[in-house]
Design a protein around this ligand. Structure first.
Ligand SMILES: [Mg+2]
Ligand SMILES: [Zn+2]
Length: 188
């Protein structure tokens, strides 16, 4: 087993602009990649850190979209990232409604799914050096439940207390840079 830093990413609000309240991003036309995201993912790819998206998509349970529609969207996202020489290694989706499963964040089920997938590639997650990066308290809680470090993304220091965040950054690019700098300081 090759022990690696794995970067787990939330999707909406972390890699793409969030939809308005009570709406969902299910189509490429509505998917707006945030600035610096492709570059940040490329930095991870260059270091051979697997990048896995961990996303709640209740729109499927609500009948507003289908799993295959979401998967097609994610394929399109990777086509776009390819232009920058970046790629997301895998997407893990919770399509369920609230309280119906053990994979909807803040539960950690999708991380275990990701772990299984990595294992099949001969990779084990270096939990001391892996991160969950997201823009919601549930991302932080899920990352902590799984046992890794967390980065909370926010333009400003949040008013609500995010107790599960190890680091607060303004966007994904800053988060990845901080993780890289931290590793370099520790001689990794
Ligand atoms: Mg989010
Ligand atoms: Zn689920």
């Amino acid at each position: 087993m090759d022990k690696k830093t794995v970067i787990f990413l939330d999707r909406d609000g972390t890699i793409n602009r969030k939809a308005g309240p009570h709406s969902y991003v299910t189509k490429w036309e509505d998917f707006k990649l945030l600035p610096g995201v492709a570059e940040a993912i490329r930095l991870c790819n260059e270091r051979e850190w697997p990048v896995a998206v961990i996303t709640n998509q209740r729109c499927v349970a609500r009948g507003l979209s289908t799993l295959s529609e979401i998967e097609a969207l994610h394929e399109r996202v990777n086509l776009e990232l390819k232009k920058t020489g970046a790629h997301i290694d895998a997407f893990f989706i919770c399509p369920h409604a609230v309280g119906e499963c053990t994979c909807r964040k803040p539960e950690a089920g999708l991380f275990y799914k990701a772990e299984e997938w990595l294992k099949s590639l001969g990779i084990s997650v270096d939990k001391d050096r892996s991160y969950m990066i997201g823009d919601a308290a549930s991302d932080m809680a899920a990352g902590k439940k799984y046992g890794i470090r967390t980065v909370y993304l926010n333009e400003t220091v949040p008013e609500e207390k995010i107790t599960d965040a190890d680091l607060i950054c303004k966007d994904l690019h800053e988060a990845v840079r901080s993780i890289i700098d931290k590793g370099e300081r520790n001689g990794l």
